[in-house]
Every structure is written in C-alpha cells, then in structure tokens.
Unconditional design. Structure first.
Length: 403
C-alpha cells in the first residue's frame, strides 16, 4: 500500500450456504481478496451471515471471520429485512474508513441492508458473482420475466446507490446496466493464483495427454441446473452414442449430499454409467493431481460468474470446454484455449465434446499451453485486489456517502 494511502476497514459480507465453503466460488473469491487486502495493510474481516450456524468451519477461511446470525422479517419464507441487531453487528466499531463489500445478488434482504448502510452513512460495494446471469439472454432480453421485474423494482436502487458494482465480465456489466442504468459498474476479473503469495505458476508440461485420452472432467459444486451438469451428462451420453470416445470424471460436493446419486442416475439413464465416475470433493494437492490426470475441463453452466474452478483448471494446463454463460467463452476463443459450447443444450455440449475428442493427441499440448497462458493473463488475485483498492478510494479520503 502506498505510504500516503489510508488503511481501510473492509468488511466482506457473504451468506452461508449449505455446502462446504471450499466448494463455494463466492466464498473462495471473498477469502482470496481478503487475504490480499490483509497483506496490503488493511483491516479486513469476512462477515458470514447465517441462519442456523450449522456446518460453519472457521478453519476453512484464510482471513478473520465474524459469524453473524441473520434474523429479521420474512415474507413468503424469504428474509426481506435484517433486524437492527444484524446491522449493529456488521458495523460494530465502524468508522469513516469502513467500507462494506457485499458479495451476491438476487436476495430480497439485500435492498434493505443497502438502505440501512446508507442511513448510517457507510459506503458499500456489490459483487454480483453471476447471480443475474440466468435472467437475461446474450442479447439482454429477459428469459425470466418475473425475476427481471423483481430486480428492476427492488434491486435497482440497491445497485445504483452502491459506491460501485463490481462485475466480473463485460457481459455481466451489461446485464447490471440493463437492471440499473445509473449504477457505476467496474470490471475486475476473478483469478486463479496470487503473484504476492505464489511464484508465477509454470506450465505443467505434459507433452501428451492421458493414457485414456480423451478424459473430460468437472471439479466443483454439484449444482445440477446452475452448473449445467445435467446437460454435461446428457451431452456426454449423446457423444458416446454417436461413437465418440472418452470418459467423464466428476469431483465435487452438493448442497444436500444426494446430488452424487442424482448424477449417477442421470448417467445410468443415458447409458454411460460405465464411463462416468462421480466422486467426492478434492482440495489442495489432491485437486491439482486430479486436474492433471484429465485432458479437458468442462463447465457447461447455465449461469455463472467467471468460475474460479475453470480458471484453476486452465492454470494447470487443462484446455477448457465452456458455455458462454461462464463469461470465459471470448477468452477461450481468443487464446485458442479450448472449445465453446454453441447452443446450450445436451446436443450443443455433445458437439463441443466431439470437437475436443477430434484433437489429435500430438496436438493437445498446444491447447494446454494456450489454456495456461489464458489463466495467467486473466487471473492474478494480487492485481485484482490492487484494482479494487483503487476503486474503493474517493477524493479526499472520505469514505462516507450522503443519504
């Protein structure tokens, strides 16, 4: 941090989800940013809003965590207004250098949290993390009219009153402007490594792909519709039925713990149970070894926000097969780092898998190197944290915003 810069009090606000935080991309991003900001000399904490407190493991976080029980008023079973005690806890010992960085969107409780922060003259920033991606198509036409109406009526002002809204991709920025035309939107991409904490990762040289080429894989959260895993298995089934070669390996964890059985059932119905393996989550060195045993990483999400898992796979030399909804399609095409699903359907996924399977093994290393280079250019958490630090600042150092 520059000598004349004022240390900030940054509070990352995230919501507890049922699954393991290590498989939650929003939690992962908030944690990596917090770690970078602590290194830069800021006071940083992660405020984890939860309704039950079950399953919270503070050891999974690389930054100080403040668990905070979310209580308040509900409407039709959804929390719509946090109790004053929640805001009191969030802003305990807050001062003029406090900024609340809210992670998420499409939650009825957020507009009222934003209103309460404004009333207490505390600036806030919002990162959507792809939570709006399924509401509009690529041409920004509503595909979920009721959700689009909710966002325009209720979350628009929440976004427009933010100091800025952090988008991960140009497509997400355009979507945010579609909802909140007056919002200040800034693009800062997700990342896959830290130049401050890690040496720049070298390309994990694999001159040839796996012995079982082609091996397709997915590693992440087992959210079947969100991550398009049903489309992936259907597409793989179509690919195999058309005479295509390959295996499909899945590693992850779901919200309820039953998603792995659902995935196996889908594979059985597609007639590919013998070539689809559904495993549990992998982390650390186990994850790296798993990724490096595959040939292609597939992310056929229906909606997403530049998924970190795909970037990490590319960093480890895996060519990508991605949907446009991931926000990575343009980069994959620009770098020649893999394949982009055309029509987001089982048939569209099958066609992308077939295109990948046609890559001769001796040409695979070129795609692997391109994927690695793409990840290096897109994703450095240190660079992203510095960019956000610049955006947090305002002339005069006054971080309070008038109501």
């Amino acid at each position: 941090m520059p000598r004349d810069a004022t240390p900030l009090d940054i509070r990352h606000l995230v919501f507890e989800e049922a699954e393991d935080s290590r498989t939650n991309g929003i939690h992962h991003a908030a944690c990596r940013l917090a770690r970078e900001q602590l290194r830069m000399g800021h006071a940083v904490r992660i405020v984890l809003l939860h309704e039950t407190g079950e399953g919270i493991d503070l050891r999974q976080w690389a930054a100080p965590v403040q668990p905070l029980r979310l209580v308040g008023h509900r409407l039709f079973g959804r929390m719509v207004q946090a109790a004053p005690s929640v805001i009191d806890g969030l802003l305990d010992q807050a001062g003029p250098d406090t900024i609340v960085h809210i992670h998420g969107g499409r939650r009825p409780v957020l507009p009222m949290i934003g209103r309460d922060l404004m009333r207490r003259r505390v600036r806030y920033v919002v990162t959507i993390h792809g939570r709006y991606a399924h509401v509009f198509d690529e041409d920004l036409r509503p595909v979920r009219p009721s959700v689009s109406l909710y966002l325009s009526v209720f979350e628009r002002r929440f976004l427009e009153n933010a100091a800025f809204v952090h988008a991960l991709t140009p497509q997400e920025a355009a979507t945010i402007h579609r909802i909140a035309p007056r919002a200040r939107v800034e693009i800062v991409e997700n990342a896959s490594y830290s130049s401050a904490f890690d040496a720049q990762p070298a390309w994990p040289v694999r001159e040839r792909p796996s012995a079982g080429y082609p091996t397709f894989g997915f590693c992440g959260r087992y959210a079947l519709r969100h991550k398009g895993l049903d489309l992936l298995i259907e597409g793989f089934g179509r690919h195999r039925a058309a005479g295509g070669a390959g295996r499909l390996m899945l590693a992850g964890l779901g919200r309820d713990g039953t998603e792995d059985d659902e995935l196996r059932a889908l594979a059985e119905r597609q007639g590919v149970a013998d070539t689809v393996a559904v495993g549990g989550p992998v982390f650390g060195e186990d994850k790296i070894q798993t990724l490096q045993s595959w040939d292609f990483f597939v992310q056929s999400s229906r909606f997403d926000g530049q998924p970190i898992g795909a970037l990490e796979a590319a960093l480890n030399g895996l060519p990508l097969i991605v949907s446009r909804a991931t926000g990575l399609g343009a980069a994959v095409e620009r770098f020649g780092a893999g394949f982009v699903v055309g029509t987001l359907s089982g048939q569209g996924v099958a066609e992308a898998l077939a295109a990948a399977a046609r890559v001769p093994p001796e040409s695979w290393a070129r795609l692997s190197l391109a994927a690695h280079r793409m990840a290096l250019e897109i994703g450095d958490w240190t660079r992203s944290a510095r960019r956000l630090q610049d955006l947090y600042a305002v002339p005069g150092g006054d971080l309070r915003r008038a109501v």
